[in-house]
Write a protein that binds this ligand. Sequence first.
Ligand SMILES: [Zn+2]
Length: 134
Amino acid sequence: MISKIRLLRVSYLPKELESGILYVSKKYGVAGHLCPCGCGNKIITPIGSTEWHLIERKGKPTLYPSIGNWQLSCKSHYWIHNGEIEWSYEWSEEQINAGRKAEEMRRKLYFNKITSKRRKWSVFTNIFRYFLRE
Ligand SMILES: [Zn+2]
């Protein structure tokens, strides 16, 4: 278990991450680090207005909101605050379910967006086909 993390700016996230380093690619809007519990899992967090916010102060990163790896077996939950790992309680069954639901919703919204685009497109092609008919 580690308690400190420093920020390293990169253009691409390296394949092998080192623990204790938060790799940030501004170009791709993504940050990556190894789960600080020591389980060795890569944690990738998109950085952007709808995902995580990154604040840097003297090379010390702060990520907001907290990082909850409830999908991993370690289920670690922590904050990266001013270069420190601040551990939280474990996810309760309820929180895990809430997290899953939120993710499902996001996925559904995304899927709906794609299918509605497709639907519009197929209406258009149908009209087009209609005019092409002899
Ligand atoms: Zn872990």
